[in-house]
Design a binder for this molecule. Structure first.
Ligand code: PLP
Length: 413
C-alpha cells in the first residue's frame, strides 16, 4: 500500500486530524477560543464569509474562510467536528449542538416542514417523545409510530405514509434495549416515492458498536452527554452524516436557533474523544458479566440485554448490526415498583441518577423518571413496567459492581 493512499484508523485519526498546532501558537493540544466574534482579514473577506455562511456562494476546495461570530461557528466546534468524524464509520461531516435534544430538535425542525409525516419507533427517549407530542404535532407534523423491533410493521408504516420526510429510529430502544433493523428501514425508505431521510439515535451503542451510516442511514444523532463525553460533566449533542450537504443545512438551523455547543464544552468533549472506544469496550464487558450473572436471580423476572435475547428476530438484528452488546443492562424485577425502589435504595456503588454512559455506574427507574412523559398506555405497550430498572455500567471493577447489584437484588427479593 503506497503511503499516499494509506488511510488512518479511527483511533489514530481522532488524535491527528482537524487540528493544526500552528494556528494555536504551537500548543500540542487545542487551545480554547472563547471569543464571541472574529476580526476579519479584510472587508472583502467579511463579505465573502457572509456569502458562504448564508448559502449565496460555495467555498473553493482549499479556501480559508474567515470566521464570523461564534453562534455560527468557532474554532473549538470546528476542531471537535473534524475529530469526531473518524469515530463514526462512513461519516463525512458532523455538527455539534448544546445537548442531545438540541441536536434532535434541530433535525426535526430542519427536515420536517408543516404538513409532513415522521415515522418513528416506539419507545423513544422521553424527551424525544415530548418534542414530537408537544412541539412537532402542533406545528403540523404528523407522527406515525411502529413498535421497536417490528421489522414488517415499520416497513408497512413507511410504505403507507404520505408526505413522509423522516424515519426516526432509536435502536436499541431506551430503556428496553429492543433493537430495530436499520438496513430494513433504509430499504423501505428508499422504496418510498418521497425518499425520506433515515435518522438513527445511536446514543446507546455508537459510535463503537453500531454503524448506522454503513447500513444506509442518512443521519446519526447522539446525546454526546453519554458515552462520547463519558464523564457526566457536560451536555452535548452531535449529528453526523455521509452527505455533508445535510450537515450544512443543520448548521444553518443551528445558527438561527443559537444552539451550538460553547467553546469550553467543545474543548472538554474533544479531550474525551480518543478514549471513547476504550471506555465503551470496558463498560460493555462489565455489563455483559453483570447481566449474565444476575440472569436467574430470584428477584429478577427478566434481564434485558443483547446477549440474553430470546426472541429470534431480536437475535438476528443484534447479530446483523451490533459489534458488542454495550454498557446498559435493564432488569425487570418481580416485585413491581416496591422491589424496584428497594433495589435502587440498596445500591452502594451505583448512584440512583438518570443519564448513562459515564465512567461511574448509574441506576434509575424509567417509568417514574426518564420516561414519565409517556402515557400509562404507551408505557405498558412499550414494556416499561413498574419493576423495570435501568443500569448504566461504569468503568469500576466489575467484581465490585456485581457484589453491589447482587446485594441490592437480595434486598429486593
Ligand atoms: C437515547 C437518548 N437520546 C437523546 C437523549 C437526549 O440527550 P440530552 O440529555 O443530551 O439532551 C437521551 C438522554 O437521556 C437519550 O438517552
Amino acid at each position: 500500500m503506497s503511503h499516499r493512499k494509506y488511510v488512518l484508523r479511527p483511533e489514530t485519526a481522532v488524535l491527528t486530524r482537524g487540528f493544526d498546532p500552528k494556528l494555536s501558537v504551537g500548543s500540542a493540544r487545542p487551545a480554547v477560543f472563547r471569543s464571541s466574534t472574529y476580526v476579519f482579514s479584510s472587508p472583502e473577506s467579511a463579505a465573502r464569509a457572509f456569502d458562504i455562511a448564508l448559502g449565496r456562494a460555495k467555498p473553493a476546495p482549499d479556501e480559508s474562510v474567515d470566521l464570523i461570530y461564534s453562534r455560527l461557528a468557532h474554532p473549538n466546534a470546528q476542531i471537535l467536528e473534524d475529530q469526531v468524524v473518524p469515530l463514526e464509520r462512513d461519516a463525512a461531516d458532523a455538527a455539534v449542538f448544546n445537548s442531545g435534544m438540541a441536536a434532535i430538535s434541530s433535525v426535526f425542525l430542519t427536515f420536517c416542514p408543516p404538513g409532513s409525516t415522521v415515522v418513528h419507533t416506539t419507545p423513544l427517549y422521553g424527551g424525544t417523545q415530548l418534542l414530537l407530542d408537544s412541539m412537532m404535532t402542533p406545528l403540523g407534523v404528523k407522527a406515525v409510530t411502529a413498535a421497536a423491533g417490528d421489522t414488517q410493521g415499520l416497513a408497512a408504516a413507511i410504505a403507507l405514509a404520505k408526505g413522509l420526510k423522516l424515519v426516526f429510529l432509536e435502536t436499541p430502544a431506551n430503556p428496553t434495549l429492543t433493537m430495530t433493523d436499520i438496513a430494513a428501514a433504509v430499504q423501505a425508505a428508499r422504496a418510498h416515492p418521497d425518499r425520506p431521510l433515515v435518522v438513527v439515535d445511536n446514543t446507546f451503542l455508537g459510535p463503537s458498536f453500531q454503524h448506522p451510516l454503513t447500513l444506509g442511514a442518512d443521519l446519526c444523532v447522539y446525546s454526546a452527554t453519554k458515552y462520547l463525553n463519558g464523564f457526566s460533566d457536560l451536555l452535548a449533542g452531535l449529528v453526523l452524516a455521509k452527505n455533508g450537504e445535510l450537515v450544512t443545512q443543520l448548521r444553518g438551523t443551528r445558527a438561527v436557533l443559537g444552539n451550538i455547543l460553547q467553546p469550553d464544552e467543545c474543548w472538554l468533549l474533544n479531550t474525551r474523544l480518543p478514549t471513547v472506544p476504550l471506555r465503551m469496550n470496558k463498560q460493555s464487558k462489565s455489563a455483559q458479566r453483570l447481566a449474565e450473572a444476575v440472569h436467574g436471580h430470584r428477584a429478577v423476572a427478566k434481564v434485558h440485554y443483547p446477549t440474553l435475547f430470546e426472541d429470534q428476530e431480536q437475535q438476528r438484528i443484534r447479530d446483523a448490526q451490533c459489534d458488542y452488546p454495550g454498557g446498559i443492562v435493564t432488569l425487570e424485577l418481580k416485585g413491581g415498583r416496591p422491589a424496584a425502589f428497594t433495589f435502587l435504595r440498596s445500591l452502594r456503588i451505583f448512584h440512583n441518577a438518570v443519564s448513562l454512559g459515564g465512567v461511574e455506574s448509574l441506576a434509575c427507574h424509567p417509568r417514574t423518571t426518564t420516561h414519565s412523559e409517556m402515557t400509562v398506555e404507551q408505557l405498558d405497550a412499550a414494556g416499561i413496567t413498574e419493576g423495570l430498572v435501568r443500569l448504566s455500567t461504569g468503568i469500576e471493577s466489575w467484581h465490585d459492581l456485581l457484589v453491589d447489584v447482587k446485594g441490592a437484588l437480595d434486598a429486593a427479593a
